[in-house]
Design a protein around this ligand. Structure first.
Ligand code: DLL
Length: 429
C-alpha cells in the first residue's frame, strides 16, 4: 500500500523536525545563489517552522529576472538537466536539476503512482508533453522506476493514442483532463464502448490544469475507471508535489520534500484551515536550485483532518484556479471552474467549452461557447432553447452575470495539444 511507509506515515512531530532541519539546509544552500545573495538570505535565522513567514517570497518574475543562471547554487558540472516554460511570450523561467534532484523527483512521482495502485505489471501510456514541459518526463521516470511497461506517446494524435491503448492493453493513462474529455468525444462519435475496447484500463492520472469534481466524474463514468488528481508545477519539479490517495478526499502534499503555506494573496498572512488562499511552496531537498516561498498563484485550502489512508502528509483541496485566472466582469470575480461545474453537470452538454470576453460599449460581456452531445441535434429544436434557458439561469445564479450562450456541435471548439485554453479575453483595456 505504501511505497515508502516510513516517510509516508511519519508522525507529525518527526515530519516537522525533518522539515525544520531541511529548511535550514535549504537556506544555507540558497545563500550561494546570486539571486538569494542579493536578498541577504544568509542573514535570516530559522528557529522553528513558523519563522518561514519572515523570509521573503519568490515570484515568477524573480525567476525571469534571474534568467539564465541567477538562481543556481551549485557548479554547472553538478547539473544534469533543465526544464523550462515555453518562453514564447517573453523570458522563459528555467529550473535546474542535479542528479540527486532528479532522483528525488523520481522518488516522489513513484510514491504517487504506487499510492493509487500502479504496479510493475501495469502498462502505462503517458499522453502528456515530453521535452521542456515537466509532465511527460516527470511521470515517465516514476513509471519506469516502478517497472511498468511505459509508452511515451506524448500528447496529440488521438487515433494512435486509442490504437495503442487497445493493442497494448493499457491499464493506466496519464492525461490532461481536457484531452481525456476529447478522447471520450472521439470514442463516442465512433460508437466505441470503452469498457469493451480497453478491458484492462483501470485508472487515469489527471493533472496540469484545473478541473472540477464534475469533470472527474464524467471521465470516470465514461471510461469506467478511477481518476486521480495530480498537482505540480515546474518550479517545484513538475508533477509529484501533491496527489490524491485512493480515498480521493484532497491531495497529499509531500511535506518531506516541500514546506507549504496557504496565505491571503493580498496580505500574505496565513489563512485559517478551511479558508481558501494562495499556495506558497518552499523546496526542502532541492540541490541545484532551491526556491524559497514560491508564490504559486494557485488557490486552495488546507485539510487538517487525518486521512483514512494513514498518510500523515497534509492534504490540500483540489485547486480551484489561479488568482491570475480570475476574471472580473462588471466588478464580479469569476473563476472558470465555477462555469465548468455547471456545464459539465448538465445533461445534454458535451465535453468542451470556451469563455469569450468582449466589451459592449463600456460594459463587459461574456459569450459562452458550449459543445453539446450529438443527440441534442436530432429532433425537436425546442429542446435546445430549453437547455439554453436553463444554462443561462443556472449560470446567472452562480456568477451573477448573464452570458450569451452559443450552443455548438461537438468538435467546433479547437482542442489544445497541451493545457486547454478556456478563456479568450478580447476586452478593450
Ligand atoms: O503543469 C506540471 C504538471 C504536469 C502537473 C502534469 C501535473 C501533471 P506547469 O506547466 O509549470 O507545470 O504549470 C503549473 O498548472 O501552477 C497550476 O496552476 C496548474 N496545475 C497543475 N496541476 C494542476 C491540477 C505542470 N491538478 C500550473 N489542478 C500550476 C489544477 C493544476 N491546476
Amino acid at each position: 500500500m505504501y511505497w515508502d511507509q516510513a516517510t509516508e506515515t511519519m508522525s507529525r512531530d518527526q515530519l516537522e523536525e525533518l522539515q525544520l532541519k531541511r529548511m535550514k539546509e535549504t537556506l544555507n544552500r540558497a545563500a550561494k545563489a546570486p539571486f538569494y545573495q542579493t536578498l541577504g538570505i544568509a542573514d535570516y535565522v530559522i528557529k522553528d517552522l513558523s519563522d518561514i513567514q519572515k523570509l521573503p517570497v519568490t515570484t515568477k518574475q524573480d525567476l525571469r529576472d534571474a534568467y539564465p543562471y541567477g538562481m543556481v547554487c551549485t557548479p554547472l558540472q553538478e547539473i544534469i538537466r533543465l526544464h523550462s516554460s515555453s518562453g514564447t511570450t517573453g523570458i522563459p523561467t528555467v529550473v535546474y536539476h542535479s542528479r540527486e534532484d532528479i532522483q528525488m523527483w523520481t522518488e516522489l512521482v513513484t510514491r504517487c503512482m504506487y499510492m493509487i495502485g500502479v504496479r510493475p505489471d501495469d502498462v502505462f501510456q503517458n499522453m502528456i508533453g515530453y521535452g521542456l514541459f515537466t509532465g511527460g518526463l516527470g511521470l515517465h521516470y516514476g513509471a519506469e522506476r516502478l517497472g511498468c511497461l511505459t509508452i511515451p506517446t506524448g500528447p496529440g494524435n488521438t487515433k494512435r493514442q486509442l490504437k495503442f491503448m487497445k493493442e497494448f492493453d493499457v491499464s493506466v493513462i496519464h492525461v490532461i483532463p481536457s484531452y481525456a474529455l476529447h478522447l471520450a468525444d472521439t470514442l463516442e462519435a465512433a460508437g466505441i464502448k470503452p469498457k469493451k475496447e480497453f478491458p484492462k484500463l483501470k485508472s487515469a492520472i489527471l493533472g496540469a490544469e484545473p478541473h472540477s469534481e464534475e469533470t472527474r466524474a464524467k471521465i470516470e463514468d465514461f471510461f469506467g475507471i478511477d481518476a486521480f488528481n495530480s498537482y505540480g508545477l515546474s518550479e517545484m519539479n513538475g508533477p509529484g508535489v501533491a496527489f490524491e490517495c485512493p480515498h480521493k478526499q484532497g491531495l497529499h502534499l509531500w511535506e518531506d520534500a516541500f514546506c507549504f503555506e496557504i496565505v491571503d494573496p493580498e496580505t500574505l498572512k496565513p489563512t485559517s484551515p478551511g479558508e481558501r488562499g494562495e499556495l506558497i511552496v518552499t523546496t526542502l531537498t532541492r540541490q541545484a536550485m532551491p526556491i524559497i516561498r514560491y508564490r504559486t498563484k494557485d488557490l486552495t485550502m488546507r485539510i487538517t483532518a487525518e486521512c483514512a489512508c494513514g498518510r500523515t502528509h497534509q492534504r490540500i483541496e483540489r485547486i480551484s484556479g489561479r488568482s491570475d485566472d480570475m476574471m472580473i466582469l462588471k466588478g464580479v470575480n469569476i473563476f472558470p471552474i465555477q462555469i465548468e461545474q455547471i456545464l459539465i453537470g448538465t445533461p445534454g452538454v458535451g465535453r468542451n467549452y470556451q469563455i469569450i470576453l468582449e466589451s459592449k460599449g463600456h460594459n463587459d460581456h461574456m459569450i459562452l461557447k458550449v459543445e453539446l452531445d450529438p443527440s441534442m441535434f436530432i429532433g425537436d429544436i425546442s429542446s435546445l432553447e430549453k437547455l439554453r434557458a436553463k444554462l443561462i439561469r443556472e449560470l446567472h445564479d452562480e456568477i451573477l452575470i448573464t452570458p450569451d450562450v452559443d450552443l455548438c456541435e461537438p468538435g467546433s471548439i479547437p482542442v489544445a495539444q497541451g493545457k486547454a485554453v478556456r478563456v479568450i479575453d478580447n476586452r478593450e483595456l
